[in-house]
Design a protein. Structure first.
Length: 416
């Protein structure tokens, strides 16, 4: 168990919080989605109630060690001010300049300061100004950040899989360190699902590529009772068993590996479910996300896909089979859509699965959904409020499911 906010004394303290304010901006630098800002409010509000002085640090985009005006955190300071109904001070320029340090030093209890984009400094990502890896410069930068606060709170789940100055580096230089409420919740649900799952434990995996999720499948094979695979990933698995996949997206160089994973599943008595039928089409307009005029769309009778056709969604018989497993599950982890869900006609399988996961959760299962596309699917189905936990970190939650060590989490102190 990691130390969390309520385990440390923050009253009247100067508290540095690493947040993930890597929000999408349009051409006019307006924030198009503020869910990452909203996700930090519980931690910020708790600290305000504790009369702490709050210094927020974050990255935005990939400025690669240069000051990029368009990647300033200024719009975030304005949105956060509105959300809190309170001024959020913003200095700009350089997060460790003398102005930034003075603003931090002058900050009173109950006030909030947001520093400028950490990644304007290459040291944040452990690189020197020539772009070479250099741990010493990362440590110096981490120490400068640390000098501005008395307490450090890690609440940027989206970046804890990186070993950066503001994740793994800074904790050495601040006396009191803890996970914020957002990170605590991610650890509780993702960690809980993997370490102590109620059985039956079902993993649902989809998306474009097997190669992205090999390590997830490997790790989950030791933990789950069933794995449901949909999306384009499924065709590589099916083809590895000699089933025709037509023109579906298949990773031919991963066929042996797919066959190997299926063999392992059998040895470990994990029920590995692939779609028994599919929605197929002979044409897709990927660029415009639509079915082009004159395209033929049909449902297959079984798992085989005829030549000239590609699989774009799981079929009704597949959904029926998956539903039996999902209905009985007590723990569900889902990452990746089961079809090209961005195109309405091919989103039905994914939306139906989202509804089934919500229904199962209503009946007492714990459900954890991660990955941008599956979260979008959950929203499209209108069931997001009925899911136990929606993970905020795409890459981080995938690495968690792979069983990898997350440097930003490892660095946090354990509760003694
Ligand atoms: P990922 O980022 O790996 O979770 O992949 C998500 C992407 O996989 C989405 O953009 C989906 O459109 C795509 N996808 C899912 N099923 C298929 C399919 N049958 N054929 C092509 N792309 C798919």
């Amino acid at each position: 168990m990691k130390k969390t906010l309520k385990d440390i004394d923050v009253k009247n303290k100067k508290v540095l919080i690493r947040v993930d304010y890597n929000v999408p901006l349009d051409a006019n630098l307006r924030i198009t989605n503020d869910k990452r800002i909203l996700a930090t409010l519980p931690t910020i509000e708790y600290l305000l109630e504790s009369n702490a002085a709050i210094i927020l640090i974050s990255h935005l985009g990939r400025p690669k060690g240069k000051v990029v005006k368009e990647m300033s955190l200024k719009p975030v300071s304005e949105r956060l001010s509105k959300l809190l109904g309170k001024t959020v001070k913003f200095i700009g320029g350089d997060c460790i300049s003398s102005e930034s340090k003075k603003a931090a030093a002058d900050l009173n209890p109950g006030e909030i300061l947001l520093l400028e984009n950490l990644r304007f400094h290459s040291e944040e990502e452990g690189k020197n100004t020539s772009g070479e890896k250099d741990k010493a410069v990362m440590d110096i930068f981490a120490k400068q950040l640390a000098s501005m606060g008395e307490v450090f709170v890690q609440d940027a789940f989206g970046t804890v899989h990186r070993s950066h100055a503001s994740t793994a580096g800074i904790v050495k230089y601040v006396k009191d360190v803890a996970a914020g409420f957002l990170v605590e919740k991610e650890l509780k649900f993702l960690g809980g699902a993997l370490e102590n799952p109620a059985s039956p434990f079902v993993a649902i995996l989809g998306g474009a590529k097997v190669s992205d999720k090999i390590n997830v499948v490997e790790n989950l094979l030791n933990k789950v009772d069933s794995i449901i695979v949909g999306g384009a990933m499924a065709y590589t698995f099916l083809k590895s068993q000699g089933v025709s996949a037509g023109t579906s997206l298949v990773e031919d160089d991963k066929l042996d590996l797919a066959a190997e994973l299926l063999k392992k599943a059998k040895e470990r008595k994990v029920d590995f479910l692939l779609p028994v039928d599919h929605i197929i089409t002979d044409k897709v307009d990927f660029a415009n996300k639509r079915v082009p005029e004159g395209a033929v769309v049909k449902t297959t009778v079984d798992e085989a896909i005829p030549e000239e056709f590609m699989g774009v969604d799981v079929g009704p018989k597949a959904v029926e089979k998956f539903s039996e497993i999902i209905k009985n599950a007590r723990t569900i982890v889902w990452n990746g859509p089961l079809g090209i869900f961005e195109i309405n006609e091919f989103s039905k399988g994914t939306v139906k699965i989202a509804e089934l996961v919500a229904e199962s959760t209503d009946n007492g299962a714990v459900s954890v959904v991660g990955g941008g596309d599956s979260v979008a699917a959950i929203k499209k189905a209108g069931v997001d409020k009925r899911i136990s936990h929606i993970s905020t970190g795409g890459g981080a939650s995938l690495e968690f499911l792979e069983g990898k060590e997350l440097p930003g989490i490892t660095a946090l102190p354990d509760l003694k």
